[in-house]
Design a binder for this molecule. Sequence first.
Ligand SMILES: Nc1ncnc2c1ncn2[C@@H]1O[C@H](COP(=O)(O)OP(=O)(O)O)[C@@H](O)[C@H]1O
Ligand SMILES: [Mg+2]
Length: 619
Amino acid sequence: MSSRAGPAIGGRMRGGGGRHLSGPHPEDDMEGLSAPEARRLRELLPFARPYRWHILGALFLTILVAATGLSTPALAQIAIDNGITVGNERVLFLSVIAFVVIGLLGWAIGYGQNYLSSWIGERMLLDLRVALFRHFMHLDLGYHERVPTGRSVSRLTSDIEALNDLVTDGFTSVIVNGLTFIGVVCILFAYNWQLALLSFAVFPFLITGTAVFRVLSSRAYRRTRETVAEVLSVLQENLAGVRVVQGFGRQEPAREAFRRANADYREANMRTIRLSAFYFPGIELLSGIGLAIILWFGANQVLSGQIQIGVMVAFIGYLASFFDPIQQLSQLYDDFQSAMAALEKIQSVFATLPKLHDADDAITLPPLSGAIVLDHVTFGYRPGTAVIHDISLTINAGETVALVGATGAGKSTLAKLIARFYDPQDGLISIDGHDVRHVTLDSLRAQLGIVPQEGHLFAGTLRDNLTFGRPDARDADIVNALSAIGAREVLDTLPNGLDSEINERGGGLSAGQRQLMAFARALIANPRLLILDEATSSVDIQSERHIEHAMDILLHGRTSILIAHRLSTIKNADRIVVLDHGRIVEQGSHDQLIGLQGRYAQLYDDWERATATDVADPV
Ligand SMILES: Nc1ncnc2c1ncn2[C@@H]1O[C@H](COP(=O)(O)OP(=O)(O)O)[C@@H](O)[C@H]1O
Ligand SMILES: [Mg+2]
């Protein structure tokens, strides 16, 4: 049995993850490549181009590998017929030498070929992975809010991995096996066509069996990929939500769901194993029958002097390398199917273009004073369902504007529009008189600081995280910023101060501390325009009082948009804008709005009552 034979479960596991999304069932067209497959492979060409000379070299070595494989039975024939049978020691000796030389050559060439083709494959995959990552980083926020992170991750991991088998040794294997097969057929016919025809008698059975096996096994493998994706997703969900699982004592149901997903996966694997256990020994059987035929008829021909004994030995040798390529190519077809499915998914990511990109005539935004104008802005995440309705708002340079309103009123959305994470369907947004669609995104974002609701921390040191927006900030600046927001003591709670390693879940920092860190990050970046989206919602009331003072420092001298969870933080804003269902319903200073006795007064009332009865932080 060949090394590739049998179900490579480990390999499949890597290939799994992400559902099989390929449209037309590939087994319907067995002959060659379908048009979309050919197109998909063509789209890989740019990744192969930098390595074209390496590829040519690998191709050359691959042909040599096939040639050395084919030469040994012929050499045995010469040794037997021209050496042993006629008693010519010289020929025998030379044949033995040739055997050793070819063996050594085969080893050296095999090494070079293996190394080179894997090297090319790994390079191409690296390039592809980096290009894909880069593309993800440039895709608009809308894409990332729509597509689950897990799915994007599996594009970069399991899908790329599924291509691995194909690009590292798949293509060379096709060439070696194809050449070997054709070579064997030609050589056998050249030796003796009657015997060749006889030994091919098992061929129809071989082809039929292989075709049936391939259809069944490619179905079975698809099932394993689907079930392993399910296993991974149950695992991922429960690990990510382990706090909730434990908090509600749901470990048992989680375990049961995981057990069920694993049972399905095991069942799917067992099916591929049963199929392989039937097929591969079946091939051995056919190969045995072929051998028996050769022995019987070949021996008769030898005895009647029609062929020499060496020819028969060569036949037996070649017959072994006649069955192998068929098995291997059949196995490879499955790899090819998974690779094509993965490639399709990867290419669909590349085909998704960022909705937001710099206009051809986009200019670099000059240093801002920070006057923002929204002019009849209408926006919805989906066409036909607007969440911002015809909003017009002018924010003066240096002004602090607070957005308030119920959950879902559209506050965050408005902030995202100003930061140009989305473009409005209608209306215009301009900063210092520049339409935001006609300035480069980089120059806009460089002058903009955003502290989102979930201040994300990256794996790395605390320093790296705090200087995210200004990598050249000095430690003194960092400590100053932390002191300004009253978070200086966070440094003391961490083992290595600024050098402490933290991770995306905060690693040792509380939710409130994480938010404070996001806050400090914005302060250090020192942007012209600042957007705080419920930046203090996880901070306790006491700390928040502390922050109020820091906020004054932070907001001073820049245009700020403040979305606050607690109304206490926004009382001091220059202007308060009340949103309701995507519309501005009131605006003015705190006192004016209280005097109005409208929506704001009502929100403020609710808030005061809540904080009076519930001193503890509600979050
Ligand atoms: N990424 C999104 N895709 C689709 N709808 C969204 C998305 N984000 C917010 N929404 C919807 O837009 C409306 C306004 O949401 P948002 O601006 O987050 O409100 P707020 O910040 O005031 O709580 C809500 O109805 C919400 O369901
Ligand atoms: Mg919000």
